[in-house]
Write a protein that binds this ligand. Sequence first.
Ligand code: ZN
Length: 323
Amino acid sequence: MQRNVSGLMGGEGARCAVMAAQNRREELSAYAQHTLAAPVSFRGVGLHTGQTIAVTLSPAAVNTGIRFIRTDVVDRDPVVRAHGEAVCQTRLGTVIGNVDGVTVSTIEHLMACLCGLGVDNLTVELDGPEVPIMDGSCEPFLAILDRAGRRPQQARRRYIEILDRVEVVEDGKSATLCPADSFEVAFEILFDTSAIGRQRVDLVVDEMSFRHDLAASRTFGFLSEVEALRAAGLARGGSLDTVVVIEGDTILNPGGLRRGDEFVRHKALDAIGDLYLLGAPLLGRYEGLYAGHGLNNALVRALLERPDAWRFSAPHEALAQAV
Ligand SMILES: [Zn+2]
């Protein structure tokens, strides 16, 4: 009997030890760089070209970051690295390019997803000039990345820790980074239509909040803008399946909104994607007031020009040592 009791206690103790070891492995894993566990492919329509584009996401080596490769480009360098200084246009989404003039458009939602899920290193091959818009949100990308799975790599993740306030202001709009213990995003918008009005979001961004609070929020636009873009030969892939369209005070999409404040949540998502062009996850607070991709990129560049305002850091240094 006595032996049984001590045996039970021993079993419990062993189980606790196994759980503790597992928790520690998971904790350690959070500080390791990550890539995908396996390649994954998908197809979708480009928002601006209307072209169906095939995309393959593949695991990449440590410290390579996010690289786009245009498989349809044969006469020039097809590789476009995702970093803040590669941004060459921001009027209709974020476009990056290389010195040969090879570009990849509408990268922000995929980049936001990679940030939200903590994917550090990835190769994105695509046979056209644009990342597909999918349903205008990050949810389809989440499903694709979840299908591939993620794996930790044998290198520590570096964070960009904000040490001092950096702000860019233009025409009453602003984008700011300031010190914080985690990655926080706050955004405020005001539109002169009752379909949107004033909306505000303020949250700590981690995988859980990204999945549940931001990922489903879709791109939006006004009917007049969409028509003007179409007339200019753009937004060919724009439809009620890919964009929330507003006319006056009315949402034209038959299914309506996914959440009442879907608009500001999408702006937060855009900012996360634009900030991930810094090349590492952030330890700091972002605040956007009516900001768009242009101002977000100006903020990224302003930070990179202020080496005193940030540093690379590995949080919980002692834990990270063991990775
Ligand atoms: Zn967007």
